[in-house]
Design a protein around this ligand. Sequence first.
Ligand code: IPE
Ligand code: IPE
Ligand code: MG
Length: 241
Amino acid sequence: MDIPRTLDKQTIPKHVAIVMDGNGRWAKKRNLPRVAGHNAGMIALKEIVKASSVLGLKHLTVYAFSTENWKRPEEEVKGIFKLLIIYIEKELAELHKNNVKVNILGDYQQLPKEALTKLEKSLETTRDNTGLQFNIALNYGGRREILRAAQLLAKDFSEGKISEEQMTEEYFASKLYTKGIPDPDLVIRTSGEMRLSNYLLWQSAYSEFVYTNVLWPDFTPKDLETAIASFQHRKRRYGGV
Ligand code: IPE
Ligand code: IPE
Ligand code: MG
């Protein structure tokens, strides 16, 4: 696979963020349990990570589990983390071989023990890789992230490390999970929903959005290319003329 001719090589987005939505509906359509939808979603993800490397993205960020997803039935939540463990077990060697660096956004320390151990291993193994950075938003919530940054900022202030004048947007952003990561150029949401659901609230201030009715398990590298092609036709103004 190479960069398709339908895309302009010069304006490939540096950072694409995806809300992988629609696993449950995909399963429902087939009379399968919701977890089967999450399993199919993992398979789709594998291909998207590979395609992102080939397309030359610097960052791919995926929303895998939100701070609100704990509200789901225990069986589903357990199933999701079990699949995450399987995904890392199966994919880590390949990710590493492809020079992918794994990174986690969110309060992942609170995840079930086995998932945490596997995640930490994937972070450690791929730490020095220089290809695609694959950011997995896990137990992630945009509001929690912003609140946490405010708390860290307040701490620095009360300890005399910074003055009020030094509280800039850059300083604030350095307290977010996404420290050092450029803001997403493009945010994609599958399954026809048109909302952020607490995803990258600070970071998506000037992102371009692409919504598609395709359910996440059916989302292919071709759909990613279509989304990027749509992005390439946008005129980003950042408030200017
Ligand atoms: C997204 O698919 C995956 C997670 C939130 C973990 P959903 O499970 O939300 O699928 P729908 O929205 O119910 O179809
Ligand atoms: C957002 O999807 C979270 C993830 C994809 C992990 P949801 O399915 O949880 O969002 P809502 O509930 O439809 O807003
Ligand atoms: Mg959903």
